[in-house]
Write a protein that binds this ligand. Structure first.
Ligand SMILES: NC(=O)C1=CN([C@@H]2O[C@H](COP(=O)(O)OP(=O)(O)OC[C@H]3O[C@@H](n4cnc5c(N)ncnc54)[C@H](OP(=O)(O)O)[C@@H]3O)[C@@H](O)[C@H]2O)C=CC1
Ligand SMILES: O=C(O)C1=N[C@H](C(=O)O)C[C@H](O)C1
Length: 255
């Protein structure tokens, strides 16, 4: 039942359909030629509706605590899964990998579906080895339940990977005393600062500094519309990925 290559229309179920992202995704799927919205599932709905409706791809924008359960359900029923929900650290990725052997299901986890954010992460990782210091400031709407954001966590991981590969020295920081949280959270040795502010949607700055100069890479999602082309692309193209877990929308972009 997984999405067949070359098939005209891909049947899509949306988990978290009543949420901020879920509503936008349902509209985007309805508007997208080649996609058919066959099930909208929210917190108290029976996920079997997705199976009964013949869904080939499920899109999950729910809560970090429930996504793995939704993925497990989809894997059991042979439905490919496009995951936007945040909180997919290495431990959670491992949980998903453990569900997949012996199936041909594909699970695509994308910490951020906007093209600008994907490029911001790339540029930050590319720049990081050339600077002594790197810090991340992520800024979101105050209804967000998790901090730091999945995007900031992924960015920190990519920066740390690039710095390790380049043999970068530890970042300078003479702080000896300070209030709890003053230096942010540390993700893979990268300080990450989270701002929650009414009026914002999703924004991130990567601050890089070395002797006599700084570079700031900033991305702003000003509307949830910014995520929709990536989600639609993922629904259409997930069948082209190998079976198993893929992390990052980059896998479907020719960057
Ligand atoms: N990857 C990306 O590009 C993006 C990722 N996100 C991430 O997406 C996630 C959702 O964000 P957002 O839409 O703002 O959050 P919302 O809280 O607005 O939406 C989540 C929805 O999922 C519902 N839900 C809870 N449990 C289940 C379940 N078991 N099955 C189906 N639905 C369920 C919630 O219901 P109830 O409220 O009753 O619990 C709610 O309606 C977050 O993790 C966010 O970080 C957001 C934007 C972009
Ligand atoms: O909750 C949000 O809104 C967002 N969540 C994702 C994250 O945690 O990175 C993606 C984007 O930043 C919006």
């Amino acid at each position: 039942m997984t999405a067949a290559l070359g098939q005209a229309v891909v049947k899509v179920a949306v988990f978290g359909a009543a949420g901020r992202m879920g509503q936008a995704v349902c509209r985007a799927v309805l508007d997208a030629p080649g996609l058919d919205l066959v099930a909208q599932i929210d917190a108290d709905d029976d996920p079997r509706r997705a199976v009964e409706a013949g869904a080939q791809v499920a899109v999950d924008f729910t809560h970090p605590g429930v996504t793995v359960q939704n993925i497990e359900f989809c894997v059991r029923h042979g439905i490919d899964v496009v995951v936007g929900t945040s909180g997919f650290d290495e431990a959670r990725q491992e949980q998903v990998r453990a569900l997949l052997p012996g199936t041909d299901v594909r699970v695509l986890v994308a910490p951020n579906f906007s093209i600008g954010a994907v490029l911001m992460m790339r540029f930050a990782a590319g720049a990081a080895p050339y600077f002594e210091s790197v810090e991340i400031v992520e800024l979101h709407h105050p209804d967000k339940v998790d901090a730091p954001s999945g995007t900031a966590t992924r960015t920190a991981e990519l920066i740390a990977e690039a710095r390790a590969k380049a043999g970068s020295a530890p970042m300078p920081d003479a702080t000896k005393t300070g209030l709890d949280g003053a230096r942010g959270a540390t993700v893979e040795s990268v300080p990450v600062h989270s701002v929650r502010l009414r009026g914002l949607i999703a924004h991130q700055e990567v601050l890089l500094g070395t002797v006599g100069e700084t570079l700031t890479i900033r991305h702003d999602s000003l509307d949830r519309a910014s995520f929709m082309p990536g989600v639609v692309l993922a629904c259409k193209k997930i069948a082209t990925l190998p079976a198993g877990l893929t992390v990052g929308l980059d896998a479907l972009l020719d960057l």
